[in-house]
Design a protein around this ligand. Structure first.
Ligand code: SF4
Length: 328
């Protein structure tokens, strides 16, 4: 990738422990369980780009986004913003959190129903140091205009908005901190199709205007194709393929990516791909298959190597990388 790296995650792990009670352990001899939601991810996001992150539900996309932002403290690995590792020192952590923001998936639950838009947007502005109420009011009005809402919305409560408007308030709240990097976690999947396009266009306009960098998490491949500069495909806690958007969509290398892309509906009969139906669900992150973790569902499995050996990531030109034994 030719651009300048803005943020990266090195060997990120995010494991959660499910504790069993003392009695269960004593009676059944079963140990605590570990959910390996993110399991050794290297990710690099360039300044000004949109990196699309795709994968089935439960593959760890949202957890990875939160681990990068240190909403969840990673179990292992480190996050570097502009080359500087995340630090728990109060002033440094505060600066990191100001520069890196998140837009949540569900605008219905991510806004406090008891607070007006003024209250919702005041909170981050106060954290940012805008102490004067008049300055704050002006900033809130500017933020509302930026996300396509009107001045009079300032006194409204979340329930007085439509889904799309609520997501605009969520976007304004993220922008209130003057971020340089935003994780957009399925920001349109809870919205009507007609409203999705408006919110996507808004995100694109804001990126151009404010020179933002996005990690855009979605399971909707057409949205990812439209928005992303590069795409990373995640499966069961690991990134299995990453490449420039057009290149990856036209020449997917990993069997999992091929299966995902074959599910996109295409109107033109001549251009349709052969549909690859994946068998079963994503295995549990508590009990991850050995070797290549995709092997129980892979239609291109090449024998015991896939069951026993974890594939390394290899380069295939044009910033295209894949982790699969088919490409030694
Ligand atoms: Fe399929 Fe083997 Fe490649 Fe895994 S490593 S995706 S099982 S071919």
């Amino acid at each position: 990738m030719g651009g300048k790296e803005l943020i990266s995650g090195k060997n990120l792990h995010m494991h959660f422990t499910i504790k069993r009670s003392f009695l269960t352990k004593a009676l059944t001899k079963k140990k605590d369980l570990t959910v390996r939601a993110v399991d050794g991810v290297d990710i690099s996001i360039q300044k000004g780009e949109t990196l699309g992150l795709v994968g089935e539900s439960g593959c760890g996309k949202s957890t990875l986004g939160r681990a990068i932002l240190h909403i969840y403290k990673p179990t292992a690995g480190e996050v570097l913003l502009q080359g500087e590792p995340f630090s728990t020192r109060r002033d440094k952590a505060h600066r990191f959190r100001q520069k890196c923001q998140i837009i949540f998936q569900n605008p219905y639950s991510s806004l406090n129903p008891r607070k007006t838009v003024r209250d919702i947007l005041s909170a981050p502005l106060i954290i940012r140091g805008v102490k004067n109420p008049l300055d704050r009011e002006n900033e809130i009005l500017m933020l509302l205009a930026k996300v396509g809402l009107s001045d009079y919305h300032i006194n409204n409560y979340p329930h007085q908005f439509s889904g799309g408007q609520r997501q605009r308030v969520g976007i304004a709240r993220a922008l209130a901190m003057n971020p340089i990097f935003v994780v957009a976690d399925e920001p349109v999947s809870a919205l009507d199709v007609s409203v999705q396009a408006q919110v996507i266009n808004l995100l694109e306009e804001l990126q151009r205007e404010l020179k933002l960098t996005y990690l855009f998490i979605s399971h909707d491949l057409s949205v990812i194709y439209h928005l992303s500069t590069r795409v990373a495909v995640m499966y069961l806690g690991k990134i299995v393929e990453v490449g420039e958007t057009v290149n990856l969509f036209e020449n997917p290398l990993h069997p999992y990516t091929r299966a995902l892309l074959s599910a996109i509906p295409i109107v033109n009969k001549a251009e349709r791909r052969r549909r690859i139906i994946l068998q079963g669900d994503v295995p549990s992150p508590i009990n991850i298959p050995s070797g290549c973790r995709f092997h129980p569902r892979c239609v291109e499995k090449i024998g015991s190597i896939c069951e026993k050996v974890t594939p390394n990531t290899t380069n295939h030109g044009h910033n295209h990388q894949v982790a699969c034994h088919l490409y030694k």
